[in-house]
Design a protein around this ligand. Structure first.
Ligand code: SAM
Length: 351
């Protein structure tokens, strides 16, 4: 085996130069994926956890240059789900075996802290034992604390890119990387299982930026790491920028599995969008989570972060069974469980 991959597997770390080679070298890809798959099997066997994704609002106060639901996109057809609609999504999901619900949306102030807490309490009340994950952006500590008291277990907030100059290039000056990072550490302090991550192939991204992402994640030690290719959206300032590359994304998934063997790493919708078998390839490269869409079919197309997003026309049950088949064909099995993270310092041992 390639000496660097063997050492990364053993020590979860490498010097910058060796990591940069693994990031950039397409030749190492299949060996990286094999090592990552062996490591995921050590920690999680062939289990794949499912998360029911509910995209409950596409209103957003922010103006990220890459995102289709950015405030300035006048062509976005905006919607908000009511509490009743959100609970109905959870009911369908619960019947299909989902034990984790992810509420994701733009930063939409219509959903005050009180409203978010009310929704979290209602979900936890009706589906005892389920996990609730929030992904609603940057908030004050008091807000995060209130959601936690209401019962939220997990929080997803990708850092997007860990390099200041690159962050400023992707976002308007009202947003700062320091604030986003600060939110992540606050969430950890409050006892959330925290997920972070980044886009691969975002405009102007260089291998050094990806290296900085890995170094930041080493500091944060998140429970979940979500990455996916950047995909162009025609109604954003980056409409003429190319989408990210499948193979680079797969290499990054494998490197993440080797550096963070305990982590929950999704095979993302964006991966499935840039390649018909993208999610299966993601699983074979070390991912162990899938996130079928539970949002009402009528709003799916409106949550258009990027072009040609998949799974916008299927009912929840269809989406679930399609993914189940894909996961099985890839050599793994979907399990009905909350799918909490394993302790990072557990000694790796076969399941
Ligand atoms: N507002 C919340 C937040 O800021 O974390 C959650 C919603 S945000 C739309 C979810 C994620 O979508 C972002 O973290 C970003 O990585 C991803 N995203 C947005 N636009 C994208 C694009 N054009 N291609 C790929 N991913 C994109």
């Amino acid at each position: 085996m390639n000496e660097s991959i063997a050492r990364l597997t053993r020590t979860r770390d490498l010097p910058d130069g060796e990591l940069l080679t693994l990031i950039s070298d397409p030749m190492g890809e299949s060996e990286l994926a094999q090592a990552a798959d062996a490591q995921r099997r050590n920690w999680y066997g062939t289990e794949v956890y499912v998360r029911g994704l509910i995209e409950f609002t596409n209103y957003c106060k922010n103006d990220c240059y890459y995102c289709g639901i950015r405030r300035s996109n006048g062509k976005a057809d905006r919607y908000r789900l009511t509490d009743r609609q959100i609970l109905n999504c959870c009911r369908q999901g619960w019947a299909l075996g989902f034990r984790t619900f992810v509420l994701q949306g733009g930063e939409d102030h219509w959903y005050t802290d009180e409203r978010i807490c009310h929704i979290v309490l209602a979900i936890k009340g009706e589906f005892p034992g389920c996990a609730v994950t929030l992904s609603i952006g940057e908030k004050e500590r008091e807000s995060y604390a209130a959601y936690r008291v209401a019962g939220a277990d997990r929080y997803l907030l990708r850092h997007e890119t860990a390099s200041d100059d690159h962050y400023q290039m992707l976002h308007p000056s009202s947003l700062s990387l320091a604030h986003r990072k600060n939110c992540l550490f606050t969430l950890k302090e409050l006892g959330y299982q925290v997920g972070s991550g980044f886009m691969v192939g975002s405009p102007d991204q260089r291998p050094e930026h990806l290296l900085a992402d890995l170094r930041f994640l080493q500091r944060l030690q998140p429970a979940m790491i979500g990455i996916g290719p950047y995909i162009t959206h025609p109604d954003t300032p980056f409409h003429d920028q190319p989408s990210g590359d499948l193979h680079l994304t797969l290499r990054m998934v494998s490197i993440l599995r080797l550096m963070f063997p305990y982590a929950l790493i999704p095979a993302t919708t964006a991966l499935g969008t840039i390649h018909p078998r993208g999610r299966e390839l993601g699983l074979q490269a070390g991912a162990n989570v899938v996130m079928p869409n539970l949002s009402p079919v009528g709003v799916r197309e409106k949550y258009a972060l990027y072009e040609n997003k998949i799974c916008t026309g299927e009912e929840a049950a269809e989406c679930r069974s399609c993914l189940e088949g894909r996961v099985r064909l890839a050599g793994y099995e979907i399990v009905t469980a909350r799918g909490d993270v394993k302790p990072a310092n557990k000694k790796s041992s076969p399941k």
